[in-house]
Design a protein around this ligand. Sequence first.
Ligand code: BV8
Length: 235
Amino acid sequence: MRVVVLTGAGVSAESGVPTFRDADGLWEGHRVEDVATPEAYDYQPSVVHRFYDARRAALSGVEPNPAHRALARLEDLLGDDFLLVTQNIDDLHERAGSARVVHMHGELLSALCRGCGQRMPWEGEMSGHPPCPRCGVSELRPDVVWFGEIPYDMDRILEALTEAELFVSIGTSGVVYPAAGFVHQARMHGARTLELNLEPSEGVSMFHESRQGPAGTLVPAWVEELLARLGGAFG
Ligand code: BV8
């Protein structure tokens, strides 16, 4: 069975990564347009760097949770019939063992040089304007997709959505596009669609089924159920 899973901030909430819209959410204290737009970066790069340096540093203090691990296990069994598309820029899916992961909004542990366009793994801070290891100019920016910018790997994602038999959305409010429209694309191509979220998302009406609860509980239970249904397929 070809399965496409979309995750949002809610899948990392139980690991201690703040979501965006919760009371003390990520954007709290920062207006989105002040930290996650190319205009903000041009206008106040130090504020933007501090915002992402802090989130990058916080990664060392969090661990994958049962939802991340259950998705890695499902991928192990489904192999290339599985694709994980995440809006998250943390590395918890990979640390849980996921490999077939598309970070459509970029990654905290990656830098993008505005001088030469090189993308490269990045651990430390960028506030100090370090030079690009490749071209030497100090034009490194967080390798994340800001509002108004084109998400990564859209062709691969749209292709997977047209072939999916099952589309599952986990821990996302369904507010930000184009991700919020994926359920529609998948459904248009005949996929069954399921939402697993703490509360109904903006797009809940577009899903065949919606289950409410914490991802750390819902996702392992759903993976067990799916594997039981697919039963013999995995010997
Ligand atoms: C683009 C990286 C053109 C940076 C991010 C159509 C209509 C209206 C507007 C638009 C439109 N098309 C485009 C736009 C503009 C804009 C947009 O969508 N604006 C919104 C605000 C209206 N979109 C763009 O600009 C995008 N670019 O469209 O380019 C294009 C399009 C297609 C093809 C080619 C070109 C780029 C958007 C990307 C911006 N960058 N992140 C960073 O992270 O700092 S977006 C960022 O915010 C996240 O990545 C994520 O996408 C979004 C946050 O949403 P969620 O992850 O869902 O988090 P949230 O807190 O909102 O919700 C958490 C959910 O989890 C809640 O429902 C909660 O109940 C649940 N939850 C909480 N705890 C748990 C839980 N669930 C389960 N268990 C728990 N324990």
